[in-house]
Write a protein that binds this ligand. Structure first.
Ligand code: SAH
Length: 458
């Protein structure tokens, strides 16, 4: 349908019924079949909207008046929910969120993957879906001479101060607030992005939920931190859980948070945490899952789907710091992990070592190049696990899987759309998708993770 024939007009108001949610959490209504996306509206609701933008084939509207409310509508718990944008579903009850995520997975598998008959289990949610994040990373600015730390106002670079974030560990809020105050009292100026002046850019904190160990990272433009000794002494007093205080220097004009130089100001270079029985070393710059409780749920399901008896050779593609590889290595003969980021592979090797695991090999490189090479060397996986980024698996990798014919493929996905696309390729190449388990790793946001079990058809 072209713009000229859209059945609606900009600035006009319409009475509509919402029947769906988009992937970013907006309500979807239709006027004569023409979809309109309206932030803040929920499926099942009716109301009056004003059209603010008409595009080819769809439009955006603003909610003017809500008439019939959804049974899942709740008051958002966070006072800055609308300004922040970090969460998208706080106006929906947690039960409603889990149902919406399930529906999304079922629909996307059917639409993109033509997988109508796959068993998609109910989403595994959290018993306590608040304060789950183990890492906070907040930009610092100045207002009226004082420091502010929080989040960028949407579509701008102004920093809004945030006293607390309800999806963050409590200790992370305390450490961010404390460190901000201490830096302010000790004459640290905030970084000014426009003029590339000032010093403190970000405060980052990480917390090991199983060990109770915390790390504070001050990301600065300059190498020098005024009153460094005093700042360290004061930060240490905030909490006995602090095991590490680190400065990272980033003197570039960039949106990338961390720079290349990291200095331990006090304590250890690493803090530790556990996922299941496996111990992980976490440095200021390491990748580490932000919700380890649900990561454990997701990866245990991956391990179940792998159905290992100890005799298998397993490949873990897109292995990151080796979380899944080490889970699998507990029950397999040998595990090969491949990952593109060299630092992640160094962490993976360190993690294998601190857990005394010797049946894992890690390689740096693109999964779609390294796995065909392994295959050419005669390595045959009985089970292949993939956990790709949002864009899904490279086609060359899928073709190698089809040639290699592992008995089982376990697909961990953070994007149901690319999961569905890749499952279709595997189905056409001789595999069958048995079931899919969605897991809620990021309550109150629109993200949904899935793990799928796929078997070779005989
Ligand atoms: N299972 C991992 C996380 C996977 S996230 C863990 O628990 O740590 C996806 C990973 O894929 C990221 O670490 C990213 O760096 C990596 N990656 C992206 N493209 C890749 C490619 N072409 N080949 C291998 N790894 C890739």
């Amino acid at each position: 349908m072209s713009k000229g024939t859209a059945p609606i007009e900009k600035n006009e108001t319409y009475h509509v019924t919402f029947h769906d949610l988009t992937h970013d959490g907006a309500g979807v209504a239709k006027v004569e079949g023409f979809p309109i996306f309206v932030a803040g509206a929920l499926p099942g609701e009716t109301g009056v909207i004003k059209v603010v933008k008409v595009k080819k084939g769809y439009a955006f509207g603003r909610l003017v008046e809500l008439q019939q409310e959804s049974e899942y509508r709740v008051e958002s718990a966070c006072p800055i929910y609308k300004q922040c944008g970090g969460c998208q579903l706080q106006h929906m009850s947690y039960e409603g969120q889990l149902q919406a995520k399930h529906k999304q997975v079922v629909e996307v598998l059917a639409r993109i993957g033509q997988l109508q008959d796959v068993n998609v289990h109910p989403v595994l949610g959290m018993d306590e879906p608040w304060r789950y994040r183990n890492k906070a990373q907040v930009p610092v600015g100045e207002r009226e001479g004082g420091l502010v730390a929080g989040f960028y106002q949407q579509r701008s670079h102004d920093i809004i101060n945030m006293e607390e974030c309800l999806i963050q560990e409590q200790i992370n809020d305390d450490l961010v607030q404390g460190a901000k105050k201490i830096c302010e009292l000790n004459g640290v100026r905030a970084y000014d992005e426009e003029r590339h002046r000032g010093n403190l850019r970000h405060i980052m904190v990480r917390y090991g939920q199983m060990t109770g160990e915390a790390m504070v990272v001050l990301v600065t433009r300059e190498n020098k931190l005024p009153n460094q000794e005093k700042i360290i002494e004061e930060i240490r007093k905030i909490s006995p859980n602090i095991k590490s205080i680190v400065q990272n220097v980033n003197n570039k004009k960039t949106n990338v948070i961390m720079g290349d130089v990291t200095k331990v100001l006090w304590g250890e270079e690493y803090i530790y945490d556990y996922i299941g029985d496996i111990k992980f070393a976490i440095s200021a710059r390491s990748f580490y899952q932000v919700n380890p409780k649900q990561t454990k749920v997701l990866y245990e399901q991956a391990l179940n789907y792998a159905e290992l008896n100890g005799s298998e050779t397993v490949i873990d593609a897109y292995c990151g710091i080796g979380t899944i590889s080490l889970f699998l290595a507990q029950r397999a003969k040998r595990v090969y992990g491949v990952e593109i980021v060299p630092e992640a592979i160094s962490d993976a090797k360190r993690n294998a070592k601190i857990n005394g695991m010797e049946n894992v090999d890690f390689a740096v490189g693109e999964a779609e190049k390294v796995i065909p090479w392994w295959y050419a060397q005669g390595i045959r996986a009985d089970v292949l696990v993939v956990d790709p980024p949002r864009k899904g698996c490279d086609d060359a990798l899928l073709q190698t899987i089809i040639e290699m014919k592992p008995k089982r493929v376990v697909y961990v996905s953070c994007n149901p759309a690319t999961l569905a696309r890749d499952l279709r390729v595997l189905e056409d190449g001789g595999f069958k998708t048995i079931e899919v388990q969605p897991v809620d790793m990021f309550p109150h946001t629109t993200h949904v993770e899935c793990v799928a079990q796929i078997i070779l058809k005989v």
